[in-house]
Write a protein that binds this ligand. Structure first.
Ligand code: GLP
Length: 244
C-alpha cells in the first residue's frame, strides 16, 4: 500500500485500527492491539483520539501490549514509552488502565526473564495479538529487535544498537543518557500477530524500506522477515517509498 503523503498514510492506519476495534466490539470481543512508539505513529494516535471524541469510538474492549520500553527508566520520565503512550493516546481515550500493558520493569529486584515470560503468557492468554502496529528503525529494527536478533526471539532484555542510541540522543539530551538496554517483544512475538501494519514515513526511512522489502531475508535486517508473510501490510508515504 502506498500513500501520497504522511497524513493519508496515518489516517489509513488509524481507520484500519478503528475498524478492528469496532468489529470486535460488535462481536462482544476484546481487540488485542500491539502498539508502537516513536514519531511515526503519533499522527495515527491523534486520529484515533479524534474518532473517540467526534465519532464515539470506544476503547473499552481494547487490550493493549506495547512493543518495548527502555531499561532501566522511570515510568514517569518524559523519554519513557510508558509516558509516551499516556501522553499520546491513553490519557485521551476510555481504555481501562488494567488493560494496558507495557514491558516496563522498575527497580532492581524484579526477575526480568520471569517478567518477560509472563508478558508473553499474558499476550497468549488473550488469544494473541489481533493487530501489531510497527515502525522501523534506520537499521531495520522492529520494536527493539536490533540486527542479529533471532527470528525466534520472544520478549526479553536486549542491548541497544549504536544507531538506535544515536537516534534517541535528541530525546535524552546526550548519548550517555540514552539507556544501553531495553525490554522488547521478540521477532517471534511480533510474527504471531494476526495482522501486522508496518508504517514508515519520510525520506530518512527510504533506504531501509527498500532493503527490508526487496533485500535478502536476513537477521542483519530484522524487518526483512516480514517480506514473505501474508498478514503484513506496508503503509508508506511517497518519501519512504522513494527507492522502491
Ligand atoms: C524506536 C522504537 C521503534 C520505532 C523506531 C523508529 O527505536 N523502539 O519501535 O519503530 O524507534 O522511530 P521513529 O518512528 O521515531 O522513526
Amino acid at each position: 500500500t502506498l500513500y501520497k503523503n504522511a497524513e493519508e498514510a496515518s489516517i489509513y492506519t488509524a481507520n484500519t485500527i478503528a475498524a478492528l476495534i469496532s468489529r470486535k466490539q460488535k462481536e462482544g470481543k476484546h481487540a488485542v492491539l500491539g502498539l508502537a512508539t516513536g514519531n511515526t505513529p503519533k499522527r495515527v494516535y491523534q486520529e484515533l483520539i479524534r474518532m473517540h471524541n467526534d465519532e464515539g469510538l470506544s476503547f473499552q474492549n481494547v487490550i493493549s501490549f506495547n512493543l518495548d520500553e527502555y531499561f532501566p527508566i522511570n515510568a514517569g520520565d518524559s523519554q519513557s514509552y510508558t509516558y509516551f503512550m499516556e501522553q499520546n493516546l491513553f490519557a485521551h481515550v476510555d481504555i481501562k488502565s488494567s488493560n494496558i500493558h507495557i514491558p516496563h520493569v522498575d527497580g532492581s529486584s524484579t526477575d526480568i526473564s520471569k517478567y518477560c515470560n509472563e508478558y508473553e503468557e499474558k499476550i497468549a492468554s488473550y488469544g494473541g495479538l489481533d493487530l501489531q502496529l510497527l515502525g522501523i528503525g534506520r537499521n531495520g529494527h522492529i520494536g527493539f529487535n536490533e540486527p542479529r536478533s533471532s527470528f525466534d526471539s520472544i520478549t526479553r532484555l536486549v542491548n541497544l544498537h549504536p544507531v538506535t542510541r544515536e537516534d534517541a540522543k535528541s530525546d535524552f539530551g546526550t548519548l550517555e543518557n540514552v539507556p544501553q538496554q531495553a525490554i522488547s517483544m521478540g521477532i517471534n512475538t511480533i510474527l504471531q500477530a494476526k495482522k501486522i501494519l508496518l508504517l514508515a514515513l519520510g525520506q530518512r526511512k527510504s533506504e531501509i524500506i527498500n532493503k527490508a522489502i526487496y533485500g535478502a531475508v536476513s537477521i542483519d535486517t530484522p524487518a526483512s522477515i516480514l517480506q514473505s508473510l501474508p498478514q503484513v501490510e506496508y503503509i508508506l508515504d511517497s518519501d519512504a517509498a522513494a527507492l522502491i
